[in-house]
Design a protein around this ligand. Structure first.
Ligand code: GCV
Length: 904
């Protein structure tokens, strides 16, 4: 089927629209419109017809695409976290599948010929051209309605072509206005933008509206207009020229391979379309740990191709730069920001970039941070470095996003006053007012580093004369790396709404970064996205985070539930039970993750110096990285008070500082971030700290298991491949949540010496340790860190086959048998569970999990269900190493078979 679009050059036909207004229908989510009939205006000269499509001549159509939308077309052959097969990226994997319903009248025309307006018109074409959609959408009344017209253009173009249409005179850049009039048989719909990008966003709003809660608003506020709250809405990709992605969990880069920009940029175009659909207007394509050679002329040619690919979607290219580039690639002996030769080098380099990329958006800078060079080498400040780049960019309209993520990663952990959390404020607050007007200081949402739970960075209130952006992470570096379902919008929303009370006034973060609290010219929100070639984020439900970022950057007042519902309707399905269930799962997922990975503000208790994935409690301590939680025999938490601690609490404006200064007023969920307290300290909830640690971890693991059950209730209601894929992921997550639970609980049990009131910690009914089994070939090892294995020990095999055998001594009945093993990188081991010599299950340890040593990164649970057992039965696990994976085994656990997956 050919899709064609008509581009009209219209003159101002004096067509006066009737005053009849849209009356929302009572019945469905589709308003049944009542119009006074009128003829739409005619173009004053014939269409310069680029193309025309019957498919575009749709009435207010109800379209139902086939269910194959989502992953259906992507051959996402995924078996658990097992070999994550690389699947091509398509926009409908994310949320741009053909809409179930579309609010659109008649033929679509774009008034302008710019690439962005063409994209806008083509987007509507694409939405209605799906054969399955057409089947449901074209009705017998099609012919009656073919006179209807949807016109896309800038406000100026619309005004010129349709002087009688009341386009507001004050539409801002990126803003859109939707208006229509006429009858069902013959109507005019206008999508006007404050600029071309605004028109494009208007088209995406039309596409989204029927699937969103905005529909109600749409009815009430006709004509509908909307603009983004924040001018800068960028994604940062941490892609390296070799094609790897720092903290990316979805395969290789869509931008780079082998040191160059990839030939095939089709995924980049699809990505730009996805970004545009939620209003994202900039994409930084390279790692902030920047490779200076990307600024070499041949690289810039490649980057210009990327910019050209994203431009039709209004997404501007931005780059991370190494501040030492003048020295590293420019042949200068210095990169001192105040050196005239350095200034001249940057000016020439920026001019070169703009020759190739006229709409280049600007630079992101990581300097003096985690080994990156910076102005400190010359005794200069971040303002000196930022202003150097800003001066070069300013004539072209470019901006500098200078990251406040600057800290000493060789801090002295023995010094009770040392505190990484203080660094951003200590360094940047004194520079407030010294940055050029096109510099934006980009601050991570919390003072440490994208932990599962942190307080809001006090720096937002510490820069009242500087434009600011907030940086968040869509890629789940510390929040389960896309293997765990963790919908982060509730956390971001909490930060956005947090009122820092600067100067005693209401100053929520969302208003500070919009530039409104302190009357700054710029501001924004930037997300480290981490998309790759494996279905964008490697995991279907993780895409809700990318969607949520865009929606919150557009409108921080949206609720995470609303956003989750929008995403679900557009992506998983519109069945109310599906929407309810998925929204519920998404909303529970972050609190659950916090519960089982590090509650009370301890931060994510993960392997800080390595994978950032599995549990490793002591890895945070006794090193210079400063992610300390100070867990000790006497108590836990870091004293950050002014009175007795690091003084960090005093960086907040007075009212907030007072709140955090005493343990009694600090909210429970951040207690241990601010205070070192004994394990017996009572929370506001009445529980002791230690009991909360036990309870929350058991609760978190149970919540993770409940996600499996909730998802299971959707069987038959959603795409079967999506169902199977997500189910396997959730089962893995439920098993890994138990690894987390047991690691943290046994660690704190040992450290505190205080038993669990409920008797769970240290007691595992039905658990049979591998080290206690009759072993053939297997040898017992100490697992590091010890808390990552049950009782600290496991067994590994250095032959071709080994086995561990136990005699069952419990009551007869039906049981689930969970086998806890370690699925290491570097090979595929095989396991068999045999009962009385008969194989009950055989599986391969073929996941792609971190680490080449057995630990909490790769501890994995495989459950064989509903096995009949009687006393005396022999339970035997056979392990066959593969490559460097030694088929390591921790334990088996025999628990009564119940319908629920809680026993994962
Ligand atoms: C790009 C954390 C991450 C690093 C990242 C850094 C940053 O430390 O682990 O991979 O580096 O943040 O934001 O610069």
């Amino acid at each position: 089927m050919r899709n064609k679009i008509a581009f009209l050059s219209l003159c101002g036909v004096p067509w006066v629209p009737p005053v009849s207004l849209l009356r929302p229908g009572k019945a469905s989510t589709l308003p049944s419109l009542q119009f006074r009939t009128t003829e739409p205006p005619k173009p004053c000269h014939p269409e310069r017809s680029v193309a025309e499509s019957k498919d575009l001549r749709l009435p207010f159509a109800l379209m139902r695409p086939s269910r194959a939308g989502w992953i259906g077309r992507t051959a996402l052959a995924f078996s658990l976290v097992t070999a994550l097969t690389v699947s091509a990226q398509t926009a409908d994997q994310a949320w741009l599948r053909n809409p179930d319903r579309l609010f659109l009248f008649g033929k679509v025309v774009a008034l302008g010929t710019s690439p962005i307006e063409q994209s806008a018109a083509q987007e509507l074409s694409r939405s209605v051209s799906h054969p399955a959609s057409v089947k449901g959408g074209i009705s017998s009344t099609f012919e009656e309605r073919e006179k209807s017209l949807t016109v896309v253009g800038t406000a100026g173009e619309i005004r010129k072509a349709y002087p009688a249409v009341p386009v507001p005179g004050d539409l801002k850049p990126d803003e859109y206005w939707l208006w229509w009039n006429g009858s069902q048989a013959s109507s005019l719909t206008i999508v006007a933008g404050g600029d071309e990008r605004g028109a494009l966003y208007g088209v995406f709003a039309i596409r989204r509206l029927p699937a969103t809660a905005e529909m109600g608003k749409f009815k009430a506020d006709y004509p509908y207009r909307d603009h983004p709250a924040l001018p800068i809405r960028w994604v940062d990709e941490w892609d390296n020229p070799d094609g790897s992605i720092e903290r990316g969990y979805a395969g290789r880069s869509i931008f780079f391979e082998g040191g160059k920009v990839r030939e095939d940029l089709a995924p980049v175009a699809a990505y730009a379309r996805l970004l545009a659909s939620v209003g994202i207007n900039g994409c930084n394509v390279n790692n902030v740990n920047a490779a200076p050679l990307l600024l070499a002329p041949e690289s810039l040619q490649g980057l210009a191709r990327v910019a050209n690919t994203m431009r039709p979607w209004g997404v501007r290219l931005t780059l991370s730069v190494d501040i030492a580039s003048p020295q590293k690639i420019g042949g200068l002996s210095t990169f001192d920001p105040l050196d005239p030769a350095v200034k001249a080098w940057w000016t020439a380099k920026v001019d070169e970039i703009y020759t190739l990329i006229p709409d280049f958006a600007g630079f992101t800078v990581k300097a003096d941070s985690e080994g990156q060079p910076g102005p400190a080498s010359y005794g200069r400040t971040p303002a000196d470095a930022a202003n150097l780049l800003a001066a070069a960019l300013e004539p072209h309209g470019g901006v500098v996003l200078y990251r406040a993520f600057v800290y000493n990663h060789h801090a002295d952990w023995r010094d009770p006053r040392a505190d990484r959390a203080r660094a951003a404020y200590d360094i940047f607050h004194p520079l407030d007012g010294k940055f050029a007007s096109n510099v934006i200081v980009q601050t991570k949402e919390g003072p440490i580093d994208f932990q599962a739970q942190e307080p809001v960075s006090p720096l937002f209130a510490g820069l009242t004369h500087t434009s600011q952006a907030m940086e968040i992470e869509v890629t789940q570096e510390y929040t389960g790396q896309q293997r765990h379902l963790v919908y982060l919008a509730p956390m971001w929303k909490w930060v956005l709404d947090f009122d820092l009370r600067a100067g005693g006034q209401s100053t929520p973060v969302k208003q500070i970064i919009a530039g409104t609290s302190f009357h700054q010219p710029l501001g924004g929100m930037v997300a480290v996205a981490g998309v790759g070639r494996d279905a964008w984020l490697g995991s279907p439900l993780a895409l809700a985070n990318l969607y949520a970022f865009g929606r919150l950057a557009w409108d921080p007042n949206l609720s995470p539930e609303e956003i989750a519902a929008e995403w679900t309707r557009q992506t998983v399905g519109t069945d109310p039970q599906v929407v309810r269930t998925v929204v519920n799962m998404l909303m529970q997922s972050w609190p659950a993750y916090v519960n089982y990975t590090g509650p009370l503000g301890m931060q994510t208790l993960t392997d800080i110096t390595g994978s950032h994935y599995g549990p490793n409690i002591e890895s945070s301590e006794n090193n210079g990285w400063g992610q300390w939680h100070r867990a000790a025999r006497d108590g836990v938490g870091m004293d950050r008070t002014v009175a007795t601690g690091t003084g960090y609490a005093g960086q907040y404006p007075q009212q907030v500082a007072r709140l955090y200064e005493t343990a009694a007023t600090t909210p429970d969920n951040l207690l241990l971030f601010f205070h070192h307290v004994p394990y017996s300290y009572r929370l506001h909830s009445g529980q002791t700290v230690i009991q909360y640690i036990y309870d929350s971890h058991y609760q978190g693991a149970a919540q993770a298991a409940a996600l499996v059950d909730e998802w299971a209730s959707l069987q038959g209601r959603i795409d079967p491949r999506l169902f199977a894929d997500v189910k396997a992921r959730l089962q893995y997550q439920a098993g890994h949540a138990i690894v987390w639970r047991d690691a943290i609980v046994q660690y704190f049990l040992k450290l505190s010496g205080i038993p669990d009131e409920q008797g769970r910690a240290g007691h595992y009914p039905g658990r049979l340790e591998a080290e206690d089994a009759r072993l053939t070939g297997y040898t017992v090892i100490d697992v590091m860190p010890w808390e990552d294995a049950s009782a600290g020990k496991a067994v590994t095999c250095d032959r071709t086959n080994c086995s561990a055998e136990w005699t069952y001594t419990g009551a007869p009945g039906r049981f689930n048998i969970a086998v806890q093993y370690f699925d290491l990188q570097g090979g595929t081991a095989k396991f068999t569970l045999a009962i009385n010599g008969q194989p009950a299950a055989t599986w391969a340890a073929d996941a792609t999990l971190p680490s080449t040593r057995p630990n909490g990164d790769n501890s994995t649970r495989y459950t064989v269900r509903a096995v009949e057992l009687k006393p005396g039965d022999l339970l035997r696990v056979e392990g066959a190493p593969g490559g460097t994976d030694p088929a390591a085994l921790d334990y088996i656990e025999v628990t009564p078979a119940v319908a629920s997956s809680i026993q994962q």
